[in-house]
Design a binder for this molecule. Structure first.
Ligand code: SAM
Length: 298
């Protein structure tokens, strides 16, 4: 993997993209092909904005820049570290978030709902929002920016994740309205929320064992849930009604565990959401539906 000397940005992109293709990387943390992955790594490493004009592509890299990019490319290929961790930045709902190995890399299809202000799911803008299992804080912070009047709480069991979520709260200047709470699901929360959003862990150990190497850099706490992936989602379903306002709404992601969940709870009227830009396994349930379903939830 020898770099040519004095390459332009365009030449680096072409070379890195070829290297990624030959290395048969797994793409699932922000891009889905070698070229976009190369752009993500090279532009971020060099501090080039993604919307730069084409003249930037003709810029020649300094030796230091070349060495920096090549070290990251080696780490991406040899250690299969996702680009987001290498450049400490991931994009979610069009916004940049600081990330590292303390948090899952943001990728929830919930971004699409946030960008549409959750239309047509909400009757009015929510005054209070909970992002449960917040990780980097991406879902709650993006929602706070979509609803400038809303008060938002970010909750996670991991103190490490919350330290990073705090950094992102400050990065986006929403500390007046967005607070951070360490809590095992709802255990340390006392509020009533108009909207509860959650992308909790929902992956079984069996599935984790089969995931590509890239996922092993993510915190296991962010992925793993007992009972075939369903333990944490079921616990949230059992408790959410107690924390929702009278006409509040729960929106939760369970990814590919959605079939297992629907099979486990055939009487629960999950509204499975559809996405233009891909993604599955997100449902909405109103507080009323959760209260009615409570005998079925155990
Ligand atoms: C799938 S990650 C989601 C992170 C972020 N919401 C996102 O979409 O990128 C799940 C998060 O749940 C947290 N978590 C795991 N078990 C938890 C629990 N019992 N109570 C609260 N948070 C928990 C993990 O620390 C992790 O940050």
């Amino acid at each position: 993997m020898q770099a040519g000397l004095g390459e332009t940005v365009e030449q680096v992109l072409e070379r890195v993209s070829r290297q990624f293709e030959q290395a048969e990387l797994f793409y699932g943390h922000g891009t889905d092909n070698p070229w976009d992955e190369a752009v993500y790594l090279v532009f971020s490493a060099l501090g080039i904005p993604f919307d730069c004009d084409d003249s930037m592509l003709q810029k020649t890299l300094t030796q230091e820049e070349q060495a920096h990019v090549d070290a990251l490319v080696r780490a991406r290929i040899d250690a299969r570290i996702p680009v987001a961790y290498l450049v400490r930045e991931a994009w979610f709902a069009g916004l940049p978030f600081t990330v590292d190995e303390r948090v899952l890399i943001p990728r929830s299809p919930l971004a699409e709902l946030i960008l549409k202000d959750f239309e047509p799911l909400l009757a009015r803008p929510p005054a209070s929002v909970l992002d449960l299992c917040t990780g980097s804080g991406c879902i709650g912070i993006a929602t706070a920016l979509a609803f400038p009047e809303a008060r938002v709480e970010l909750a996670d069991i991991s103190a490490d994740a919350l330290a990073l979520a705090r950094e992102n709260v400050i990065r986006h200047g929403v500390q007046e309205r967005v607070s951070v709470h360490q809590s095992d699901l709802f255990a340390s929360l006392a509020g009533r929320y108009d909207l509860i959003l959650s992308n909790p862990p929902y992956v079984s150990q069996e599935e984790i064992d089969e995931l590509p190497q890239e996922y092993r850099h993510e915190p296991a706490l962010g992925l793993h849930s007992q009972d075939n992936g369903l333990a944490i989602p079921l616990q949230i379903l059992r408790e959410a009604a107690n924390y929702l306002s009278e006409d509040g709404l729960l929106i939760m992601e369970v990814g590919y565990s959605h079939e297992a969940l629907a099979e486990r709870l055939p009487g629960v009227p999950f509204l499975w959401l559809e996405f233009e830009h891909g993604g599955e396994g997100l449902f909405a349930l109103t507080a009323g539906q959760l209260r009615e379903a409570s005998p079925l939830l155990g």
